[in-house]
Design a protein around this ligand. Structure first.
Ligand SMILES: Cc1cc2nc3c(=O)[nH]c(=O)nc-3n(C[C@H](O)[C@H](O)[C@H](O)COP(=O)(O)O)c2cc1C
Length: 223
C-alpha cells in the first residue's frame, strides 16, 4: 500500500503544517504503508491555461512538474493533503495543483482512493481550509477520512496534540484503505455529481473526446 503526502507551504522545513504531515506519514508507515512526501512548493508547476487539451487527449499539454506529481498520486492508495491557511484558503501552490487537475475530476481518477487533510492557521479557522481539500478529493471521486489541524496561536501544547492526532489519523488512513471503508454520504455525493456531470460531458462531447470515451467505457452515460 502506498501513501503520498503533499506539502504546500513555501516555508519548507520550517513549516508548521509539515510537522503534521510528517507525523501523519509516520503513523501511516507504522500501519504498514510505503510513504512518500512531495513538496509542491519546491516544484515548477505553472497555472492551468484552460486549453482543455486534457479533456480531449487525456494528457495535460503543459510540460512541467505537475505530470510527475499526478503520476505519483495515481499510483497511491492514499493521499495526505496539507496546506497552511492562506487567506482562509489553501496556498496558491496547492490551488495550482488543484486547477491543473480537471481531468482527474472529469474522469473521477481518484475513485477507490482515500485521503486525509491537514492544516495549520494563525487563527482558529481550520475547518474551512480542511473542507477545501476534502471537497477536492470528493470531486475527484475519492473518499476522505477527515482532517486535523492546529491554530498555532494556541501554543506548543496545542501543536503537540495536533501532531499526535495527525499521527493517529495517518494510521487510520491505512486502516480505511485496508477495510475499503464505506462513507455512505460521500458515495451519495459521488452519485449526485455524476448524475449532473453526465449532461456537462454530453454537452461537450465533440471536444472532450477523451472524457466522453471514458464515460462510455465506464457506462456512466447510461446511469
Ligand atoms: C500569506 C499568508 C496568509 C495567511 N492567512 C491566514 C488566514 O487567513 N487565517 C489564518 O488564520 N492564518 C493565516 N496565516 C497564518 C498561517 O496560516 C500560519 O502561520 C500557518 O501556521 C503557517 O503554516 P506553515 O508554517 O506550514 O507555512 C497566513 C499566513 C501567510 C503567510
Amino acid at each position: 500500500m502506498k501513501i503520498v503526502g503533499i506539502s504546500s507551504s513555501p516555508r519548507g522545513k520550517n513549516s508548521n503544517t509539515l510537522k503534521l504531515l510528517d507525523a501523519a506519514l509516520e503513523g501511516a508507515a507504522k500501519g504498514g504503508a510505503e510513504v512518500e512526501s512531495i513538496d509542491v512548493a519546491k516544484l515548477k508547476i505553472k497555472y492551468c491555461t484552460a486549453c482543455n487539451k486534457c479533456q480531449e487527449t487525456g494528457v495535460c499539454s503543459i510540460k512541467d512538474d505537475y505530470n510527475g506529481v499526478l503520476e505519483k498520486l495515481l499510483e497511491a492508495d492514499g493521499i495526505i493533503w496539507s496546506s497552511p491557511n492562506y487567506i482562509t484558503n489553501v496556498t496558491a501552490q496547492l490551488k495550482t495543483v488543484f486547477d491543473r487537475s480537471p481531468l482527474v475530476i472529469h474522469e473521477q481518477l481518484f475513485d477507490g482512493k482515500y485521503s486525509l487533510s491537514l492544516t495549520t492557521a494563525g487563527s482558529d479557522e481550520l475547518d474551512f481550509v480542511l473542507a477545501i481539500m476534502d471537497n477536492f478529493m470528493l470531486h475527484c471521486g475519492g473518499k476522505t477520512i477527515g482532517g486535523a489541524g492546529c491554530s498555532v496561536a494556541r501554543g506548543p501544547e496545542a501543536m503537540e496534540a495536533a501532531i499526535e492526532k495527525s499521527r493517529e489519523m495517518g494510521k487510520d488512513l491505512v486502516e480505511a484503505i485496508k477495510e475499503k471503508r464505506s462513507y455512505p454520504e460521500q458515495e451519495a455525493a459521488h452519485q449526485a455529481w455524476r448524475d449532473h456531470f453526465k449532461y456537462v460531458i454530453l454537452a461537450n462531447k465533440d471536444h472532450w473526446t477523451h472524457n466522453c470515451d471514458y464515460w462510455l467505457e465506464k457506462g456512466w452515460l447510461k446511469e
